[in-house]
Design a protein around this ligand. Structure first.
Ligand SMILES: [Zn+2]
Length: 379
């Protein structure tokens, strides 16, 4: 098969009991619902910044980083809505926010959450290591040594953080879904047919991963602060905050390069990130792989990417016909949902281009309450 090793351009992240997969502006969230059914939600996210900005190196990295935070939070909230037991009774805070901001409440809460996460991350991983290293200023004279110590503290904090969350029980399953996401992309990019068996044997490590990205951010910041020196302690702190976008932008360029090249040096530099992925990805079970495959197929035509014929076996063709009927039902439910959510473009998965969705839809046919549930989820 062609395309082996070449970047497919798709990327995703784990959510609660599922994964999000993004291809250009279109993304899907596949979730295994509490009743065991897989639900795939398809939508578009155009992101911030215009096309011109998105072409400028470094700046495109900053845009991409903010986009991934916003979209990630959105998808996480969506997946959690299937598992949220208190959903029926909104809290006082929810009601207040709803009163204040009306229809835009959800977006505003999302914005505040993302902003708060960024502030916390900058405070803990950028500013705190500076103050910790500054305690040694009386003992250590060399600014270079201090910068290296500061960087080491930063790295240890980050690795410690990853280790700490990986101990949490709930996070384990998220890490398994993270593994499933990487394995799917690797399966497709290595030219293998996308099925449970091939995904299972694909690697759970991927070069273009958020974990690697964060590690590179830590390393790049060490290099930055060895060379950027100012006398004023206040300015030092200001630089550690203000340069975060630049550092993120430079790191993005590295990850982008790493994802598209077989260069040995880039490969070696990617190693530590791959090692850290050992902590944030776990081997998924088959039911998780099924969810991941459904999410990939909703946004990405891997057969076309691998240069395969769209459909080749009689069995699949027959199943495809049945599929048409089943999609009729789903379509109605989706239409109702689209009406309720005007700012999101709900797309109905086309049966012709999505032959692999069959199982899931046939299951849905068996369950008469399915359509209702889809509507509930959109509300
Ligand atoms: Zn990843």
């Amino acid at each position: 098969m062609k395309a082996a090793g070449k970047s497919s351009g798709i990327g995703g992240q784990a959510v609660l009991e599922g994964i999000m997969m993004k291809n250009q502006d279109v993304y899907s969230v596949g979730v295994r619902k509490p009743d065991g059914e897989i639900e795939v939600h398809l939508s578009t996210y155009e992101g911030i910044g215009n096309k011109k900005l998105r072409k400028i190196p470094i700046i495109r990295g900053v845009i991409s980083f903010v986009d991934s935070l916003v979209l990630g939070m959105k998808c996480l909230t969506f997946s959690a809505s299937f598992y949220d037991e208190e959903e029926a009774q909104p809290s006082k805070a929810d009601t207040l926010v709803q009163k204040l901001f009306g229809e835009r409440a959800e977006q505003i809460v999302m914005g505040i959450t993302v902003a708060f996460s960024i502030v916390m991350a900058v405070a803990i991983f950028m500013v705190l290591p500076y103050f910790a290293a500054a305690l040694l200023r009386n003992v250590i004279v060399s600014d270079t040594v201090l910068a290296v110590i500061e960087g080491a503290i930063r790295l240890l904090l980050f690795i410690g953080y990853v280790l700490l969350i990986s101990l949490m029980k709930d996070i384990q399953r998220v890490f398994q879904y993270h593994g499933a996401e990487h394995k799917c992309i690797n399966c497709v990019e290595n030219g293998l047919e996308l099925n449970v068996e091939n995904v299972r044997k694909s690697s759970k490590h991927h070069k273009r991963c958020g974990t690697s990205f964060m590690l590179i951010v830590m390393v790049v910041s060490i290099i930055f602060f060895i060379f950027i020196r100012v006398d004023s302690p206040i300015l030092r702190v200001v630089f550690r905050v203000a340069l975060v976008p630049v550092i993120a932008g430079v790191s993005y360029e590295f990850i982008r390069l790493a994802g598209n090249t077989d260069n040995k040096l880039v490969g070696i530099l990617s190693r530590p990130g791959m090692w850290l992925q050992g902590l944030t990805t776990k081997e998924p079970d088959d039911s998780m792989i099924e969810v991941a495959i459904a999410a990939v197929e909703a946004v990405f035509d891997w057969r076309a990417y691998q240069g395969r014929e769209p459909l080749d076996t009689e069995q699949e063709a027959n199943a495809d016909q049945e599929n048409q009927g089943a999609w009729g039902q789903e379509e109605e439910a989706q239409d109702a949902q689209a009406g309720a959510e005007s700012e999101e473009i709900e797309e109905v998965l086309e049966a012709e281009s999505e032959p692999q969705e069959i199982e899931e839809v046939l299951e849905a046919e068996d369950e008469p309450q399915e359509a209702e549930k889809v509507q509930e989820a959109g509300a």
